[in-house]
Design a protein around this ligand. Structure first.
Ligand code: PM9
Length: 458
């Protein structure tokens, strides 16, 4: 088989500033050992996130020049609406400045104290928006989804039995919506099968509870269904995506992922009354319903991005890149969450650095190690992001998984960049015994990982 090449040519470049290990040592210390606090120009390979970091195409940039910036009824809104509608079939499509704005509007209306919102696994912004409104966010992913070594092909699936029991236990009147995150980012970018989405819809329908998708990686999820689920091998990813959306009553979308743009999102649904309420909140907090939190040019870029993301040569290269990283990690023996997901590799921090206790954040130790060794920015998805303290005893409650995510911006890095990343991981893995844990010197009450400050544990 021939090498699967990047299915694009590079028309414009952005320089990468090289740094030395000594320079990086000073930089990371000054940043309080928080990689979010480092200037981007001090990063060699930035794998902090795949969100808003895509390279846009020539056609997207051309579309931006055609943006209609009229306050109301802009042509760009029509274009955007039509593309989203053709894909999702949702009647009401409300543009927002990014995914969490869609979440905030939805949960401002649906989430209150005493309400419960289940999901396979809520992403951190989704959870935060639910908890901010005093409702409870509950994760019901299948057991295999919690085991970093399980090779289940759809580890993002929600446990349908647990979901039904949860509906019975809490009562339909206390569950305003059920969410499904495709792919399951916090669980390792793992896909959800069509069978599971269909099953979730059936359970929701039985109890009269609407099903909403957190759809920001819908195209990657569709590609996995095509590759792994019987009966879908001959369907196009567009057909698969349309079927996925057909089972949902609405979705939140961060267009910064699978719409290949640097900013944008939307909230979509079929319920007229809910849409009316959402639009009223939108007008107060984001903007007029035909632009939401976006410029007309952003709506054009999203419309085009939604077409490009379903190009199967692109999706093949995209998923193969992550798989390639997994194969090379297997060769060096470095532990990661298996099978490789759609947008990222997640190093398994507990297995990578077993000498660091979970309350000293082994994931952070590895993330800092990767920066020191090669200027790579990754993201801890473990105790810092999801750990909690028991409200009564104050005891630390760690999450199931301690991961370090290396998320791959779309169409940005080439194979030699990825080979460099592998070399750096190998170096850190060989020297893993020298990694040290961290403790907080500052933490914010919500989403603490963004602004936390740390010191090294000795
Ligand atoms: N995800 C990510 O890096 C960006 C923010 S956290 C560093 O993975 C899901 C599944 C996401 C997500 C963002 C959002 C929020 C919702 N759901 O960032 O507000 O992965 O556009 O989207 C990030 P926005």
């Amino acid at each position: 088989m021939k090498t699967i090449i990047e299915p694009f040519r590079i028309k414009m470049v952005e320089s990468i500033k090289m740094t030395t290990a000594e320079q990086r040592e000073k930089i990371i210390k000054k940043a309080g050992y928080n990689l979010f606090m480092i200037h981007a120009e001090d990063i060699i390979i930035d794998l902090l996130t795949d969100s808003g970091t895509s390279a846009m195409s020539d056609i997207q940039w051309a579309g931006m020049m055609r943006g209609d910036e009229s306050y109301a009824g802009a042509r760009s809104y029509e274009h955007f609406y039509n593309k989203v509608y053709q894909l999702t079939n949702f009647k009401h499509i409300i543009p927002t400045h990014q995914g969490r704005a869609a979440e905030r509007i939805l949960f401002d209306i649906l989430a209150q104290s005493g309400k419960y919102i289940p999901s396979n696994t809520h992403f951190d912004t989704t959870r935060a928006n639910i908890e901010y409104n005093k409702a409870e966010a509950v994760d019901l992913v299948i057991e295999e989804g919690k085991d970093p070594q399980s090779l289940h092909p759809f580890k993002g699936n929600i446990d349908l039995e647990k979901l039904e029991n949860f509906f019975k236990e809490k009562g339909r009147e206390n569950i305003p919506v059920c969410m499904l995150t495709i792919t399951n980012n916090s669980g390792g970018g793992q896909p959800v099968s069509m069978e599971n989405i269909r099953g979730a819809k059936q359970v929701c329908e039985k109890y009269g509870i609407p099903l909403f998708l957190d759809a920001c990686r819908f195209a990657e999820n569709s590609y996995f269904i095509k590759m792994r689920e019987q009966g879908y091998e001959n369907k196009s990813c567009r057909e698969i995506a349309k079927e996925i959306f057909s089972y949902a009553d609405g979705c939140t979308m961060s267009a910064k992922k699978d719409a290949l743009v640097n900013i944008g999102g939307y909230l979509a649904m079929n319920d007229d009354e809910l849409a009316l309420q959402c639009r009223n909140v939108l007008i107060v907090t984001e903007g007029f319903p035909t632009y939401g939190g976006l410029a007309g040019r952003d709506l054009e870029a999203i419309a085009q991005g939604l077409d490009e993301i379903l190009d199967e040569d692109y999706l093949h290269y995209r998923i193969r890149t992550v798989e390639y990283m997994g194969e090379r990690l297997d060769k060096m023996g470095a532990p990661y969450l298996k099978p490789p997901g759609g947008h990222a590799i997640y190093l398994d921090a507990k297995a990578f650095a077993p000498h660091i206790p979970v309350n000293q954040f082994p994931g952070q130790a590895i993330a800092v190690g990767l920066y020191r060794a090669g200027g790579i920015r990754s993201c801890e998805i473990g105790g810092i992001m999801f750990g909690k303290n028991d409200p009564e005893t104050g005891a630390y409650i760690p999450p199931n998984l301690e991961l370090v995510r290396l998320a791959f911006p779309r169409r940005v890095y080439t194979q030699s960049h990825f080979d460099y990343v592998l070399e750096v991981i190998e170096e850190v893995y060989k020297n893993r015994d020298s990694l040290k844990g961290f403790k907080f010197t500052y933490q914010a009450p919500l989403l603490r990982h963004f602004t936390a400050q740390f010191e090294v544990c000795h």
